[in-house]
Design a protein around this ligand. Structure first.
Ligand code: FMN
Length: 201
């Protein structure tokens, strides 16, 4: 399988970076093809501009967007690794989605409404949070994030979300709890490869 990993965290010493490394190492051991797009390290410009609108209207694609779209077209399975910031995506990732998942590439608007154009692509999401599972469940935030990310972004583009894993209360986690979580990341990577990208939860 061809894996594209879209990683978003500014700190190379973060737990999210440890998740990235665990996932990548496991895939490498399983001889998978993989590409990592580290949005902060790339300095990806997340601000959608008038010139992006104008380019879409002319049927053109700015070079930085074309490069990212090429990675998406190449991949069978896209894994997004990011922390929850303000109840959703970090701004850099939100802007990457706004610019890269553009009209004509990720969806089309026709007389009958919207049509997703990325059918056949599978998606896995790995999130970390500051809040606890109890808080996320009692407030409805867990369902809300699943709905907006899985449905509102990837489902909208006709992609199939085959797994969405939350690692909760990461700042309060002990070393052994972190090791346990990284073990789960490695198991997820193995399960994805064993099942050839079928649903893992
Ligand atoms: C700008 C910012 C916004 C945050 N917003 C939330 C939030 O809305 N909900 C939440 O549970 N945690 C929130 N957090 C906490 C992070 O999600 C948490 O610290 C992170 O997932 C832990 O992973 P890390 O150690 O790799 O950074 C926020 C952190 C920052 C820096």
């Amino acid at each position: 399988m061809k894996h594209l990993i879209v990683y978003t965290h500014p700190n190379p010493g973060s737990f999210n970076h440890a998740i990235l490394m665990a996932f990548v190492n496991e895939l490498e051991q399983l001889d998978q093809e993989l590409r990592v797009r580290d949005l902060y390290a790339l300095g990806f410009d997340p601000v959608i501009k008038m010139s992006d609108y104008e380019a879409v209207a002319r049927g053109e694609v700015p070079e930085d967007i074309r490069a990212e779209q090429g990675h998406i077209l190449w991949a069978d399975l896209i894994t997004c690794i990011f922390p929850i910031f303000w109840a959703g995506l970090p701004a850099v990732l939100k802007g990457y989605i706004e610019r890269v998942y553009s009209q004509g590439f990720a969806y089309r608007i026709g007389k009958a409404g919207f049509t997703g154009l990325l059918k056949g692509k599978k998606v896995v999401i790995i999130n970390t949070t500051g809040g606890s599972l109890k808080l996320y469940e009692s407030s409805g935030m867990l369902d809300s994030i699943r709905q907006s990310v899985d449905g509102g972004i990837f489902g909208f583009c006709a992609m199939e979300v085959v797994g969405h894993k939350f690692f909760m209360n990461v700042p309060g986690a002990t070393l052994s709890q972190r090791e346990e979580m990284l073990g789960q990341v490695r198991s997820m990577a193995r399960a994805l490869c064993d099942s050839n990208g079928r649903r893992i939860e």
